[in-house]
Design a protein around this ligand. Structure first.
Ligand SMILES: Cc1cc2nc3c(=O)[nH]c(=O)nc-3n(C[C@H](O)[C@H](O)[C@H](O)COP(=O)(O)OP(=O)(O)OC[C@H]3O[C@@H](n4cnc5c(N)ncnc54)[C@H](O)[C@@H]3O)c2cc1C
Length: 491
């Protein structure tokens, strides 16, 4: 088996198809249903504050957030709302930019250049949830100390200090780890780092991809998940010859049913996108100029490509904290229902946190912006106010593509709940469609394409309350509206 096939197979095999949770590609081990009360391993927690410093004069930071992404931005906002940021909060980030709404990178950021693509500062957190736009000046005004492009490399829990790459030593009172995930890469020896080969996690990656798209003709996208679907839609907007390759039998296998996937695949095909499914990759080949020129498949055939985008998953960033033995056996950093790790004064939120998913009684790690926002807010409130209620997250996933001006059709779907059990699909995708997941008679999950605001608002209520539904009435519904009404009346 080729190295890439093994890599793709291991990602595929690890996918929790029964647990519709990890659509942003968490690792399998993060999702095994470990039954554990939220408090186990967290007893004896003692909050460990240091006195608030005056404008950081004494190098004692009361709150330090490591990571400058989605969760960091929402945590900062919550600290500001509680009057606990000014002169007390420090954010240490690897990136050169203040926290922003990362999902924009494969959506409006990749719009064709003449179709008003999104650019910073337009999408700094927390605009994604209708909040104030937290530009670098916002942090200054709120008295928040920011360190950019200086990743944390290690932590000393006895001294309560962090070391950064540039050698800064930062003392913390409470430490909030929000380091997110990092993109899985193809090994260098099979061409994973050739010029023209792209991964997309941050603004720098997106800018580099745009510079390739500007001169691209033949684009190959490896991976049939969100990143693959969203980047392929972007490439359509740029009028590029586009092929998606993946080892599974259909798009977004972790969530979509084969029938649902077929609808989206047909739409992409109408726009000229080619699919190679169930296919493995042997290596990426360079042309005479050293840039990627072809993708060699497992069967020996090759596909020409001047730009390759790899979207095969992500891994939680735990390495700076490995030496202090935070529990990472569940994939990310294990926390309780208030995002406390097993070490007093250290918290983890967002993609990196493995938390008790109360509604389904299992430990989960969710790579999704809604969870990044909510976990950050819940953690800070618990930390500041001794709020004791457990985080109670309802899994939610969405995607929006083909939204650029002049696009023939916009795609916007939302899913809430758990994709377990049998499915009923209603609607003809023109433009609406709904899929209901039913397990032991109960409605467990629902996906809606092109719904109205009111219809989308119904979905979380259905998924949370899990009503018993009349399957034959649902099956016989003649429209999405009627099917949703059948489900609503079951509440
Ligand atoms: C291209 C793309 C598109 C996406 N689209 C969607 C979508 O449509 N819908 C959706 O729900 N979710 C989407 N997601 C997922 C969503 O963006 C993440 O779940 C969310 O950003 C997680 O927030 P976070 O703060 O935990 O991590 P991140 O936002 O990734 O932030 C982590 C930050 O920590 C920094 N960091 C890492 N290590 C260190 C260190 N040692 N020291 C200091 N800083 C460090 C990173 O550079 C980064 O700035 C998308 C993700 C990507 C990459």
């Amino acid at each position: 088996m080729s190295a890439v096939r093994r890599l793709m197979a291991s990602i595929l095999n690890s996918l929790p198809t029964k647990h519709g949770l990890s659509l942003w590609c968490p690792r399998a081990d993060s999702l095994h249903p470990t039954h554990q009360p939220s408090s186990v391993g967290f007893s004896g927690f003692r909050r460990s504050y240091v006195a608030a410093s005056s404008a950081f004069a004494n190098d004692n930071r009361e709150f330090v957030i490591v990571g400058g992404g989605n969760a960091a931005g929402y945590a900062a906002r919550t600290l500001v709302e509680h009057g606990m940021a000014d002169g007390r909060l420090c954010i240490v980030s690897k990136e050169a930019y203040a926290p922003y709404e990362r999902p924009a990178l494969t959506k409006a950021y990749l719009f064709p250049l003449d179709k008003k693509p999104a650019r910073l500062p337009g999408f700094h957190t927390c605009v994604g949830s209708g909040g104030e736009r937290q530009s670098p000046d916002w942090y200054k005004e709120k008295g928040i100390e920011m360190f950019y492009e200086d990743p944390v490399t290690s932590v000393d829990i006895k001294k309560q200090t962090l070391m950064t790459n540039s050698g800064k030593l930062l003392k913390y009172g409470s430490l909030i780890i929000a380091t997110g995930s990092t993109t899985s890469r193809f090994p260098e020896k099979i061409g994973g780092s050739l010029p023209g080969v792209h991964y997309i996690r941050d603004v720098a990656d997106a800018d580099s991809l745009i510079s390739s798209l500007e001169r691209a003709q033949k684009v190959v996208i490896v991976g049939g998940g969100y990143i693959g679907m969203e980047v392929a839609a972007a490439a359509v907007g740029w009028n590029l010859d586009t092929t998606i390759i993946f080892p599974e039998s259909h798009l977004l296998q972790r969530l979509f049913t084969p029938s649902l996937a077929r609808r989206y695949e047909e739409l992409y095909q109408e726009y000229g996108v080619k699919f190679l499914k169930g296919v493995s990759i042997k290596n990426l080949e360079a042309g005479p100029d050293g840039r990627v020129a072809a993708v060699k498949l497992g069967d020996g055939s090759t596909i020409e490509a001047d730009t390759v985008i790899i979207g095969i998953g992500a891994k939680p960033v735990v390495s700076p904290f490995e030496s202090v033995h935070l529990n990472t056996t569940v994939g990310g950093i294990q926390v309780d229902g208030q995002f406390r790790t097993s070490i007093p004064g250290i918290f983890a939120v967002g993609d990196v946190a493995a938390f008790p998913l109360k509604i389904y009684d299992r430990i989960a790690r969710v790579e999704h912006v809604d969870h990044a926002r909510r976990s950050a807010q819940h953690c800070i409130k618990a930390l500041l106010s001794a709020q004791t209620h457990t985080y109670d997250y309802l899994p939610y996933f969405y995607s929006r593509v083909f939204e650029y001006e002049g696009s023939p059709r916009k795609i916007w779907w939302q899913f809430f709940g758990d994709n377990v059990g049998e499915t009923i699909e209603i609607g003809n995708f023109d433009p609406k469609l709904a899929t209901f997941w039913i397990d032991s008679g109960k409605l467990k999950g629902v996906l809606l394409e092109s719904g109205s605001t009111e219809e989308f608002q119904l979905l979380p209520e259905l998924a949370r309350r899990q009503p018993f539904v009349d399957k034959s009435r649902l099956q016989n519904a003649s429209s999405v509206e009627e099917a949703l009404e059948v489900a609503r009346t079951a509440l």
